[in-house]
Design a protein around this ligand. Structure first.
Ligand SMILES: Nc1nc2c(ncn2[C@@H]2O[C@H](COP(=O)(O)OP(=O)(O)OP(=O)(O)O)[C@@H](O)[C@H]2O)c(=O)[nH]1
Ligand SMILES: [Mg+2]
Length: 257
């Protein structure tokens, strides 16, 4: 009996979703785990991995642009809505692999997947009981406290929309110094510390707003643990895997089987 755990990599454009999908898949192979990759981005051009299931077999951004005479943004919206029409085929294709981990790479435009109905529908339709969102926070924005808080808000919005267990990942952490990573982890673990850092960086008019934002973020306590990942030497991948295990198997490790 296979686990069929669905892991969605979601984040703002260029945050590293496709790379993390690739790196995680490589890591599972090294560990002898059974996983497949699914590309849900109809506009993806150069993926670092060869998807086992690929939405581009059903929808092509270029063809939608030509057929409906749309610009790239209009076509992205049309493609996002078309995703919902192909969910049954995608599900059948995924099921044919009978695998433990389904690693799903989502479209670059987060708002198309998270805020339009199709993304929410797909998540519910494919396997809502065994789904976890890996939300990627961009390392560049995490350098400032207000940038980090605004990303946490977007992550909280994603959680609110998709209503699934969620992990926060600090992507491209290999581009940050150890001190920078430590500082961001501290902001993540201690909302008071984040509040002080924002207060020091912004004029006082923002204090009240920052306080309210941080209260809101605090409500999402399960997201407090931040997982730094990086392209080098599978940085953070074991931690990511452990968090998935914790969510679905109370910490039991499939690699030790
Ligand atoms: N140093 C470093 N670079 C990374 C990492 N992950 C991704 N990148 C680079 O960041 C760029 C964007 O990575 P992608 O994986 O394509 O990001 P994405 O979120 O899938 O991008 P879109 O689908 O276009 O939104 C590429 O040039 C990657 O090589 C990482 O962990 N470390
Ligand atoms: Mg991508």
């Amino acid at each position: 009996m296979k686990e069929e755990i669905f892991i969605y990599f979601i984040g703002t454009a260029g945050s590293g979703k496709s790379t993390l999908t690739h790196v995680f898949k490589e890591w599972t192979t090294l560990q002898g785990l059974d996983a497949i990759t699914v590309n849900l981005d109809p506009g993806a051009e150069n993926l670092p991995y060869t998807p086992d299931v690929d939405i581009r077999d059903w929808i092509s951004l270029k063809e939608v642009m030509e057929q409906y005479k749309l610009g790239p943004n209009g076509a992205q919206i049309a493609c996002a809505d078309m995703l919902a029409l192909n969910t049954s085929d995608v599900k059948k294709s995924i099921e044919s692999f009978k695998t433990d981990y389904i690693l799903i790479d989502t479209p670059g435009q987060l708002e198309l997947f998270v805020f339009r109905e199709a993304g929410k529908y797909i998540v519910k339709f494919l396997n809502p009981q065994k789904t976890i969102i890996a939300y990627l926070l961009d390392h560049a924005l995490a350098r400032t406290a207000s940038g980090f808080a605004s990303q946490l808000l977007l992550s909280a919005s994603t959680s609110f929309r998709l209503n699934q267990p969620q992990m926060n990942i600090l992507s491209k952490a290999d581009m940050l110094t150890d001190e920078e990573i430590e500082k961001v982890e501290q902001w993540s673990n201690d909302p008071g510390c984040l509040f002080n850092a924002i207060s020091n960086e912004e004029p006082s008019i923002y204090r009240e707003m920052s306080e309210k934002i941080i209260h809101l973020i605090q409500e999402f306590e399960n997201q407090a643990h931040l997982i730094p990942t990086g392209i080098e030497e599978y940085m953070g991948i074991e931690d990511l895997y452990a968090n998935i295990q914790l969510q679905f198997k109370g910490g039991e490790d499939l690699t030790s089987d």
